[in-house]
Design a binder for this molecule. Structure first.
Ligand SMILES: Cc1cc2nc3c(=O)[nH]c(=O)nc-3n(C[C@H](O)[C@H](O)[C@H](O)COP(=O)(O)O)c2cc1C
Length: 215
């Protein structure tokens, strides 16, 4: 068998320098406990999962990252597409007081209770102290395993990104998105909210299954 050769064809691709590289990942609402026992919600989307591990990319400037480092646990709540207006209601907020100057300059303000601000309901978790968000159909309880390496430079802003590894210790799925009698998510019913180049997307179409899909 010979290797495929590299073609030298006319190229319709432009070389561009986009301001962000958010190619499209699900929105995760990370709930962490504040020092006083209340809770904070950090909307984020730089996350990936493999096995029971979820890795989060969180800014050093955020309140959620500081809470997670101290408390070593959180819940990961996956918003469905129709929740995007609630997510956007808390998007300009930070639980950090005072607000870092560079965030203040781009329109962020202190938001001490993002559950109230977004119209979200807190429900207690089973294996961690941080609560879950009732409105999110899919919720993971997770423990901090490690913060990897040095914080990664984010270019033009003074913040850096932490690479945070968590272990998922419990999964809660609303009965409406579970295939009855199984542990499988019904992908016809689960409609995740995606963050794509700073726009909210939803209603993704099911195109087919991989050879590994059991249902
Ligand atoms: C849809 C969405 C996705 C975001 N993704 C990330 C992300 O992946 N990592 C991150 O650090 N911040 C992300 N942000 C920005 C944080 O939510 C923002 O910095 C917020 O102030 C953090 O809140 P906290 O300081 O209370 O933790 C995202 C915001 C939105 C609305």
């Amino acid at each position: 068998m010979t290797a495929s050769s590299v073609m030298d064809l006319p190229d319709d691709h432009l070389t561009i320098s986009p301001p962000v590289l958010y190619f499209g990942t699900p929105v995760v609402l990370v709930v962490t406990r504040n020092e006083d026992g209340t809770s904070n919600i950090t909307p984020m989307s730089s996350a990936w999962a493999l096995g029971s591990c979820v890795v989060l990319g969180l800014s050093t400037a955020g309140h959620g990252a500081a809470n997670l480092r101290r408390e070593r646990e959180c819940t990961l709540n996956f918003a469905s597409a129709e929740l995007w207006p609630k997510v956007e209601k808390i998007a300009r907020g930070t639980g950090r007081d005072p607000v870092p100057a560079f965030k203040h300059a781009i329109g962020y303000s202190y938001m001490g209770d993002k559950f109230a601000a977004g119209g979200f309901t807190a429900v207690s978790s089973e294996r961690v102290r941080a609560p879950r968000i009732s409105e999110c159909p899919l919720q993971f309880e997770a423990r901090l395993v490690a913060i990897h390496g040095d914080a990664v430079d984010l270019g033009s802003t003074p913040q850096k990104a932490l690479i945070i590894e968590c272990e998922v210790v419990r999964v809660h799925a609303h009965r409406g998105i579970v295939v009855p009698g199984t542990d499988h998510i019904d992908t016809q019913k689960w409609n995740p909210l995606y963050y794509v180049f700073r726009h909210y997307f939803g209603d993704a179409r099911d195109l087919g299954r991989t050879f590994r899909a059991e249902i």
